[in-house]
Design a binder for this molecule. Structure first.
Ligand SMILES: O=C(O)[C@H](O)[C@H](O)COP(=O)(O)O
Ligand SMILES: [Mg+2]
Length: 303
């Protein structure tokens, strides 16, 4: 099988590739920016694709922000985007809970291990939640916590689901609460399980890294609703009604973005080398996940 095509500097190859697609699903972290650091040429590349009449959807696994938060981030970084074009893993999890899981009262509350992005999206689907950014949980574990969690008096009886995502305020108390809700039979979901997070041109523990302690204690993996989950692809297709053969997934990570596009039977996948996955990984003999094409950076599409 021919390896992925390298398109940096190949003007004709880029034109030919772009002409095959009407819709681009864009990953964010590691493709458009690294945290709050936008990659040079990102806004111009987005404008170029729009000028060619391409449709864009921003599909991020980063659950720390809601769609509205991302709209603010796009505006702040000067990237032309509409809030309707954002589809994050927090939103994917919220619609999974409201439209598929359908928690029944009284056990219809979600215990959140994550940031405000998850809370906002649960609210947008009228799902009640506890935990998350609750300031009373941002403290050290005390003896009384061991006692009240063990005897159940600290646990809300209406919690029917535990949802974990990237949490920059993880601690033993929140992990213990999440684990004990799972022991009581709560459904275990995750927005995503990425092991690492590209940020500030460096790498940090990702949602999967943060949630690993609860997963280990519980002994079972959560159902993840972010990339590469095809539940997310189906939800995006349900909202945007696109022709998969004329759709391309653009990403920086093989086991989320590129796998998402391949399993989704999209017309193509494009990997950039500004984020998590490396050239060596895609060119390795027998590489399990290989994109159709790759570029050093997104703005190479400008030719
Ligand atoms: O740990 C995480 O949550 C991920 O590293 C981060 O969310 C990736 O975001 P994406 O590249 O999908 O925009
Ligand atoms: Mg990424």
């Amino acid at each position: 099988m021919a390896g992925p095509k390298y398109l940096t500097g190949d003007k004709a190859g880029i034109e030919e590739f772009l002409a095959k697609f009407d819709l681009f699903l864009f990953d964010c972290d590691g493709v458009l920016w690294s945290g709050d650091n936008i990659y040079p040429g990102t806004a111009e590349t987005i404008e170029m694709l729009r000028a060619k009449g391409k449709q864009l959807v921003f599909v991020t696994n980063n659950s720390t922000k809601s769609r509205a938060d991302y709209k603010k981030k796009f505006d702040g970084l000067g990237i032309p985007a509409k809030v309707e074009e954002v589809f994050g893993s927090a939103y994917s999890a919220a619609i999974y809970i409201s439209r598929i899981l359908k928690l029944q009262a009284p056990k219809n509350k979600v215990f959140v291990l994550g940031e405000s992005g998850i809370e906002e999206e649960l609210k947008s689907e009228n799902i009640s939640y506890i935990g998350g950014t609750d300031p009373t949980l941002r403290r050290d574990m005390e003896q009384k916590d061991f006692l009240s969690i063990a005897d159940g008096s600290a646990l809300d009886p209406d919690v029917g689901c535990v949802l974990i995502g990237l949490d920059f305020h993880i601690n033993y108390l929140k992990m213990s609460l999440a684990y004990n809700y799972l022991r009581k039979g709560a459904v275990f979901l995750a927005t995503n399980t990425d092991s690492t997070l590209p940020m500030a041109h460096g790498f940090f523990p990702g949602a999967g890294g943060v949630g690993a302690g609860v997963v280990k204690a519980h002994g079972k993996d959560p159902l993840a609703l972010g990339k590469p989950s095809q539940a997310m692809m189906d939800a995006i297709e349900g909202k945007f009604h696109f022709d998969r053969s004329r759709t391309c997934m653009v990403g920086d990570r093989l086991n989320t973005d590129i796998q998402f596009g391949i399993e989704g039977k999209l017309g193509g996948t494009l990997m950039v080398l500004t984020g998590v996955s490396t050239k060596e990984e895609i060119l390795a003999e027998g590489a399990p996940v290989v994109p159709s094409v790759y570029l050093d950076k997104l703005s190479d599409l400008l030719g």
